[in-house]
Design a protein around this ligand. Structure first.
Ligand SMILES: [Zn+2]
Length: 300
C-alpha cells in the first residue's frame, strides 16, 4: 500500500474503501520504524490479524488506533478518514453540523473528532519564521466590523498574527495566536514560539512591541491605514471569512484550535499533495485526547 497523495475524492474512496483499509493504513504508519509496546516498551512481537501487534514480553495486544488520536473512534475509521480528508484538503471550512450530516453522525460527535484533528494541526514550533515577518494584532467575532465603538465588544476575541514574506512579498507562512490583551507580556509568546531572533520583523507603532526589541530585530512603522501591511491584512480577511463559515459559536477557549487549523492549511498550500497523509501521520504520533480533557487542553 502506498501513501495517499492528492485531493481527488474518487481516488481517495478507491484507495481507502472501508474501515479495514484505513486500519491497515494506520498500522503501516504506526509501526513503520518497528514495534514498541505501549505497555512495557519492548520491541519484540508479531503482527496479528486485524492489524494488531502482540507483545512477546507482556503479551499485550495493541491495536493500530491505540495511543493515537484515533483511539476509541466509535463511528468507524473510514468516516474518520473522510473527515480528515475534508478538513485537510478542502479550501473552505466545514462546520461540525455539515460534517455530521454528511457522514451520518451526531453534530457533537463530529465536533469532538474535529477538535482532535485540529490538535494534530498544532504547530510543532520547530521551524520559526526567519525572513521578513510582519506582525499585527486584530480581533475576530462579535458584531460586524466597520462601526464605531466596537473595540470594547466583549464577544470579540483578540489575536496576534505573524506573516512571513519572501523577497517578492508573497506570503510564505502564517501563525496566529489568541491573546487576552495587547500587552507586551501577551504579545511575547508568538515571538518565542514562532519567530526566529534572526528574522527581520516589522510591526506598527504600538508600544507593546517595544520591550521585544531587546531580543528581536523589530522595525516599527506607521500602518498607513494598512497600506504598509497589505499582505498581512489579506490573510486576516481570509481568516475572518473562513471563521464565518463555521456557524457554531466559537468560544474563546477553542478559538486557538481554529487558528491552528487555518495556519496548518495555509502553511502547507505548497505541499497539498501530501497534506492528508501528513495529518494522519500527526494524528498517529500525537497522544490520545479524551473528551473530558478537550476543553482544558485546547484552552491553553
Ligand atoms: Zn509489552
Amino acid at each position: 500500500m502506498e501513501i495517499f497523495e492528492g485531493q481527488n475524492i474518487l481516488n481517495f474512496i478507491k484507495e481507502l474503501p472501508n474501515d479495514e483499509a484505513c486500519k491497515a493504513y494506520l498500522a503501516k504508519i504506526k509501526w513503520q520504524d518497528g514495534f514498541a509496546c505501549m505497555k512495557c516498551g519492548h520491541s519484540k512481537g508479531c503482527e496479528k490479524s486485524g492489524y494488531n501487534y502482540h507483545c512477546y514480553t507482556c503479551h499485550h495486544v495493541e491495536s493500530a488506533t491505540a495511543n493515537t488520536l484515533f483511539h476509541k473512534v466509535k463511528f468507524g475509521l473510514q468516516k474518520a478518514f473522510c473527515i480528515v480528508f475534508e478538513m485537510s484538503t478542502s479550501s473552505k471550512s466545514v462546520s461540525s453540523i455539515q460534517m455530521g450530516k454528511r457522514f451520518n453522525i451526531r453534530q457533537g460527535t463530529a465536533w469532538y473528532f474535529m477538535q482532535k484533528v485540529r490538535k494534530a494541526m498544532e504547530s510543532s514550533q520547530k521551524y520559526p519564521l526567519s525572513e521578513l515577518v510582519h506582525v499585527d494584532e486584530f480581533t475576530v467575532g462579535g458584531k460586524e466590523e466597520g462601526k464605531q465603538g466596537r473595540s470594547y465588544d466583549s464577544k470579540k476575541k483578540k489575536a496576534v498574527i505573524a506573516v512571513e514574506l519572501n523577497k517578492k512579498h508573497q506570503i510564505k507562512r502564517v501563525y496566529v495566536k489568541s491573546i487576552n490583551d495587547y500587552s507586551a507580556k501577551s504579545l511575547t509568546p508568538i515571538f518565542e514560539e514562532h519567530i526566529s531572533e534572526k528574522a527581520q520583523i516589522v510591526t506598527d507603532k504600538w508600544r507593546g512591541y517595544e520591550p521585544l526589541k531587546e531580543k528581536y530585530n523589530i522595525e516599527q512603522k506607521l500602518s498607513n491605514q494598512g497600506k504598509n501591511f497589505k499582505e498581512l491584512h489579506i490573510v486576516i480577511m481570509q481568516l475572518k471569512s473562513w471563521l464565518r463559515a463555521i456557524p457554531t459559536h466559537v468560544s474563546k477557549w477553542h478559538i486557538q484550535a481554529y487558528f491552528d487549523e487555518f495556519c496548518f492549511r495555509i502553511n502547507r498550500s505548497q505541499f497539498k499533495q501530501r497534506i492528508f497523509h501528513k495529518t494522519i501521520e500527526r494524528m498517529i504520533n500525537a497522544k490520545p485526547l479524551y473528551h473530558k480533557n478537550i476543553k482544558q487542553t485546547l484552552s491553553v
